[in-house]
Design a protein around this ligand. Sequence first.
Ligand SMILES: Cc1cc2nc3c(=O)[nH]c(=O)nc-3n(C[C@H](O)[C@H](O)[C@H](O)COP(=O)(O)OP(=O)(O)OC[C@H]3O[C@@H](n4cnc5c(N)ncnc54)[C@H](O)[C@@H]3O)c2cc1C
Ligand SMILES: NC(=O)c1ccc[n+]([C@@H]2O[C@H](COP(=O)([O-])OP(=O)(O)OC[C@H]3O[C@@H](n4cnc5c(N)ncnc54)[C@H](O)[C@@H]3O)[C@@H](O)[C@H]2O)c1
Length: 471
Amino acid sequence: MTETVDVVIIGAGSAGLAALSEVKKRTQNVIIINDGAWGTTCARVGCMPSKLLIEAANAFHHRGTFEEFGIQGADQLTVDRSAVLRRVRRLRDDFVASTLKATDRLGERAITGRARLLGPNRVQVNGREIVARQIIIATGSRPAVPAPWRALGARVQTTDTLFEQTTLPDRMAVVGLGPLGVELAQAISRLGVNVAAFGRNPLVAGLTDPDVNTVALKSLSREFAIHLGADAELTATANGVRVSAGAHTVDVDQVLVALGRRPNIDDLGLETLGVALNDKGMPKIDRTTLQIADLPIFLAGDANAERPLLHEAADDGHIAGINVTQPTVTCYARRTSLAIVFAEPGMAMVGSSFSALDTTSCITSAVDFSHQGRALAGQRNTGLIRLYASAQSGRLLGAEMCAPAAEHMAHLLALAIDQALTVHDMLRMPFYHPVLEEGLRNALRGLAKQLPTTAGFDLAHCESLHIEALE
Ligand SMILES: Cc1cc2nc3c(=O)[nH]c(=O)nc-3n(C[C@H](O)[C@H](O)[C@H](O)COP(=O)(O)OP(=O)(O)OC[C@H]3O[C@@H](n4cnc5c(N)ncnc54)[C@H](O)[C@@H]3O)c2cc1C
Ligand SMILES: NC(=O)c1ccc[n+]([C@@H]2O[C@H](COP(=O)([O-])OP(=O)(O)OC[C@H]3O[C@@H](n4cnc5c(N)ncnc54)[C@H](O)[C@@H]3O)[C@@H](O)[C@H]2O)c1
């Protein structure tokens, strides 16, 4: 006999768990199905283990600044890569355990198995059929690995396997220099691995502003070799892998493949829904509701490939979770776009990217951190922030950066853009001294100079003193 439930959630990642939290406020008649290990991509193999590795790598790398500060003996320091990975897994396990609490009391309502749709209200799992009034698909994404590369076995790593290794080899290639490739290439290089990185695109880390990209590349290539502009090819050697791209060939022990992630929508039965699918098998969704057409089905998180980031996946889950339990579907405004790459200097994109700007109606300004007072004090004086604003309204539109404290600058700018602040509004705010944000203020002043003076009393038009020690 087939059972009927109010809601089936397919996928127990960040989106699925956020959806579950909303659904449970309104009905307990819910089933959540997860294929493979529970614990979410973020906590198990994504955001959290990668940041644990990066923190260790940065701590070791900073020994290079000690002598300049007057601290001796840094050349005696060594890193134990096995110990680094053991700590990554120990803390990772705690993060995973914290996510399991969300489902551990569900009993039979939490099913381990691969779900497949049989139609708009029908789900099959482990040979059992469930009829659902509403369905949320939150199946996430997986690393893209070209089929022939899989034959290279453990010589080819992805983020699904990297953190499980007992140690890191001495020579690694990183193929793909999006956010993930950049973060991990720098981290493993800082842990003493000889890294060669390969990217197809001349722009790295998801950046679209060529000036910021130039600064990022200059900074990263001081630490490891970067080869851009050609697709990498891999062939097995006696002890490892040969990576060839254009004129460059490198022999390494292992390759970390970071070519992007594919949404887990294949083999899901989306063709049974009777809606058009694009050439990637993806149905059209409304990003403000997450609904597929007018069906009782919602597609949330990385699975919809819209903005594959943790905070967006969680928002998607909340929206879908609320919408499946209400009589009518509600549209939700989405947040200002924000993406951060945890390299040093940090890289970030906020609001409109450079590539999406209408250059005929916007003004731009930049600040270089080479001589910024506080950055110099901390030996962090590398970086560039580029700001974009509307020439007509003076509203801040977006920013891209490769700069010290980028993760914090980016949040500040995201708050400003979200609140529709103008450049003058921002320059009315206090800036303490000496802080890195004084650099940001100089970029805002550069925009203010290009805008008409505002009426009334304010300090928005005060200019830089051009004295390093004072700003
Ligand atoms: C190395 C790395 C670092 C990252 N760093 C950051 C970061 O710093 N900041 C940030 O914002 N984002 C980061 N991300 C992205 C972020 O982790 C993802 O956007 C987020 O985890 C997606 O959550 P989700 O719920 O959509 O998918 P997931 O957490 O992947 O959950 C999907 C679940 O569905 C299951 N599933 C799949 N198919 C089926 C099926 N047919 N039936 C049942 N279950 C199924 C999967 O097994 C999985 O458990 C990173 C990602 C990676 C890989
Ligand atoms: N800090 C963060 O917020 C963070 C960190 C990591 C990942 N993520 C998320 O995870 C997702 C996946 O990240 P990603 O960096 O793996 O994917 P991505 O799609 O952003 O980047 C993949 C890169 O690989 C390159 N590439 C593709 N095929 C290639 C080939 N054959 N040879 C050389 N280069 C090739 C592409 O040009 C691209 O630059 C991103 O969409 C991002 O949102 C976020």
